[in-house]
Design a protein around this ligand. Structure first.
Ligand code: CAA
Length: 257
């Protein structure tokens, strides 16, 4: 499918989605969000794709937020529709069967930080900057930041970022657990591809069950979540991957998934 504001590249079992509005620092307007939704909906049904990387075009920004020029004249009703669209995109990425890696190559502010939060893993380049600067625009984070940020880094640190609107650098983001690690910008995509290849070499059904149980389990109490894990663990024994994986181990050879 042809998109205006995003690029989608498929390389064997890896898909790379690039938000491509570098002149606006890849800000998310309605069209960009609609295209992301269409693209991730398509990827969710693509059984050849095992891992997805999402990044921003250019060397300056991952995504500098929701598009302020687009939002300026919105009515409350239109604001709600726009916020819901952002939420739907974030939820679609979060619920995508395949793991999603955010390759954060620069500013990840507001809706950009929220987009990264909906991914399973975040790798950042050393020039990346993070923040939820919405209060400086007289609004609150609207694509899930008030909920996913405290869940990821804890309430106190999330409140500091959300109430102050301050921008932090990649090293600080790594220290507080907002990103998995920081790498030099020129190595970011190689590092993300390497991680994607490692994940892609494992049992794909098992990896997808891991994603499902981590995400859904985090919304349950521990007793229910562990019982849910036990059910999905049991399910593994109905599939071919468990047979191949364990046979390969015992025969001292690599598994063929
Ligand atoms: N929306 C629309 N356009 C944006 C944008 C955004 N979020 N961020 C940057 N741009 C545009 C700028 O307007 C500018 O366009 P022009 O060249 O046409 O003037 C272009 O991108 C380059 O930006 P700057 O000249 O500002 O670049 P800089 O290097 O001086 O500053 C920056 C970079 C610090 C990221 C700065 O652009 C900035 O503060 N951007 C806004 C960040 C922000 O507030 N994000 C949150 C948005 S609200 C939100 O996301 C709500 C939500 O939760 C859903």
């Amino acid at each position: 499918m042809d998109y205006t504001n995003i690029l989608v590249e498929k390389d064997k079992t890896l898909a790379i989605v690039t938000i491509n509005r570098p002149k606006a620092l890849n800000a998310l307007n309605k069209t960009t969000l609609e295209e992301l939704l269409a693209c991730f909906t398509e990827l969710s049904g693509d059984r050849t794709i095992k891992v997805v990387i999402i990044t921003g075009a250019g060397e300056k920004a991952f995504v500098a937020g929701a598009d302020i020029a687009f939002m300026q004249g919105l009515t409350p009703d239109e604001g709600k529709v726009f916020g819901r669209l952002g939420h739907t995109v974030a939820r679609t990425i979060e619920n995508l069967p395949q793991p999603v890696i955010a390759a954060i190559n620069g500013f990840a502010l507001g809706g950009g930080c929220e987009l990264a939060l909906s991914c399973d893993m975040r790798l950042a380049s050393n020039n990346a900057k993070f923040g939820q600067p919405e209060v400086n625009l007289g609004i609150i984070p609207g694509f899930g930041g008030t909920q996913r940020l405290p869940r990821l880094i804890g309430k106190g640190l999330a409140c500091e970022l959300i109430y102050s609107g301050k921008i932090i650098d990649a090293a600080e983001a790594s220290r507080i657990g907002l990103v998995n690690r920081v790498v030099p910008q020129e190595k970011l995509m190689a590092e993300c591809r390497e991680l994607a290849a490692l994940i892609g070499s494992r049992g794909p059904a098992a990896v997808q069950l891991c994603k499902e149980v981590v995400n859904n389990g985090m919304e349950m109490d521990l007793t229910r979540a562990c019982s849910y894990e036990a059910d999905l663990f049991a399910l593994c024994f109905a599939g071919s991957e468990q047979k191949e994986g364990m046979a390969a181990f015992l025969e001292k050879r690599p598994p063929q998934f």
